[in-house]
Design a protein around this ligand. Structure first.
Ligand code: ZN
Length: 73
């Protein structure tokens, strides 16, 4: 699915199984865990995402990302 790149703010690609995040605009190529950490480093507002990710629930992580995308637009 398309997500917002944490580095260049362009459209990046999140693997359907949350295994990686890749951005063709800035050559970002990281695991989903690393992607979450980058977001947190950029804006502490999203620190709650880390707690969701730590729960290792793909569903709760997905909904959090959806909410984040809506607010980003
Ligand atoms: Zn990028």
């Amino acid at each position: 699915m398309k997500i917002k790149c944490p580095k260049c703010k362009e459209a990046a690609e999140l693997a359907d199984d949350f295994s990686f995040v890749r951005c063709p605009h800035c050559s970002l190529d990281v695991t989903y865990g690393e992607y979450v950490r980058i977001i947190i480093q950029n804006d502490s507002t999203y620190s709650d995402i880390l707690e969701d990710y730590g729960g290792s629930s793909a569903d709760s992580t997905s909904s959090t990302l959806d909410d984040w995308e809506k607010e980003a637009k």
